[in-house]
Ligand binder design. Structure first.
Ligand code: PLP
Ligand code: MN
Length: 368
């Protein structure tokens, strides 16, 4: 059930019911503008990853600044975006299961859709769904460029799969998906650049072999917030799939040459107990903020350290600061923004201490 919004436009920030997911609109707009400016001189366009924000509103703001469309990780996210008016959605993933494929095929009547394959069996399933729906589905070949998650081997195996797609009456060969996830958080810049150089080499080699068979790639997609400058400069990638850049989390800020984005996403929380010495407890535990990539930061409060999360309690150690008062508000900076967003129904957009807007997080939830 959609929860009641925790705030109303015009309220002061300290009147927002907590815990709540807050966007600092100035920082957020800075991030969107910065990405647009960084990509403008390159040949690559942004197709931002909506698994971060899960919102057609954010998607439209990115597209107003030049993004060509959105990436999603699953059909339920594609539906939320398409139903919200986003015109071009790519599932950067395999989709297995006739019901999911039928839903995706149905969406292709209201927007441009695509999906990925790394196995012929997925091609057969997509072909059946497209035929049953009387449409053609765009399918990219996902190649493994170093992450060893999904992705068929680059070179001849990828070319054979592309030829299989291109030969289908019900499918359109859309290009290559070449994302290197494990490179994003390599802390050292040279090592990170080296990982992407290898990804670019595998991708280029596959494109050349495809060209020899008469196949061209309308899309060569990949890259995230940690590496996009390399893919964008490669001359090989046409689409950049960064997602976290819009919000920035603690984990990305730990890269040695942290990308030039500001923290724009916060969980507003309230101190609800100070019974234990040296500790205050806030009303946000790991049901309110993701801890899979480490604990959240406490925004602009040096000396306070978020040390542990239980379901609905967050424990903050008071190390070298005055203890915050009971009822005092703190802002947490999520360790990982994507799963934190998934825990909320609403974004509360804040500017200069006032609530400016509320946006529903339309694609949240576990459904695939
Ligand atoms: N593209 C794909 C396919 C992904 O799975 C991800 C994240 O895991 C991204 C892009 C980049 O996301 P971010 O910029 O949030 O790291
Ligand atoms: Mn993530």
């Amino acid at each position: 059930m959609l929860q009641a919004p925790p705030a109303e436009p015009g309220m002061r920030e300290d009147e927002i019911d907590t815990p709540a997911l807050v966007i600092d609109l100035d920082a957020f707009e800075h991030n969107l503008d910065t990405m647009a400016a960084l990509l403008a001189p390159t040949e690559a366009k942004l197709r931002a990853h909506a698994k971060t924000h899960k919102s057609p509103v954010v998607a439209k703001l990115q597209m107003a600044r030049g993004a060509v469309g959105q990436c999603v990780q699953k059909v339920a996210e594609a539906e939320a975006l398409a139903w919200g008016g986003v015109p071009d959605v790519l599932v950067t993933n395999q989709v297995v299961g006739p019901r999911k494929l039928a839903r995706l095929a149905a969406l292709s009547r209201i927007c441009e859709v695509g999906l990925c394959a790394d196995d012929e069996a997925q091609v057969v399933l997509a072909e059946q769904a497209a035929e049953a729906a009387g449409i053609r589905l765009k399918m990219l070949v996902e190649i493994d460029v170093g992450m060893a998650r999904g992705g068929i081997e680059a070179g001849p195996p990828a070319v054979a799969l592309a030829e299989r797609i291109a030969a289908s009456k019900h499918l359109i060969f859309g290009g290559l998906q070449a994302y290197h996830g494990s490179a994003q958080h390599i802390r050292e810049p040279e090592k990170r650049a080296g990982a992407i150089a290898e990804a670019v080499a595998r991708t280029r080699r596959t494109m050349e072999q495809l060209a020899q068979r008469g196949l061209s790639c309308a899309i060569v997609g990949g890259a995230g917030t940690g590496t996009f400058r390399h893919e964008a400069a490669s001359g090989v990638y046409t689409e950049i799939q960064a997602g976290s850049y819009a919000f920035m989390d603690v984990d990305y800020a730990k890269n040695d040459d942290a990308p030039p984005f500001r923290h724009a996403l916060f969980v507003a929380t309230t101190v609800m107990s100070r019974a234990a010495p040296g500790i205050v407890v806030v009303d946000c535990g790991h049901k309110g903020v993701a801890v899979d990539s480490g604990m959240p930061g406490v925004w602009e409060r040096p000396g306070l350290r978020f040390a542990g999360a239980s379901d609905e309690h967050g424990k903050i150690m008071v190390e070298d600061a005055a203890a915050p008062a009971l009822g005092e508000r703190l802002r947490l900076v999520p360790g990982h923004c994507d799963p934190t967003v998934d825990r909320y129904d609403w974004y509360v957009g804040v500017r200069k201490g006032r609530v400016e807007c509320l946006w529903p997080i339309a694609a949240r939830g576990g459904m695939a």
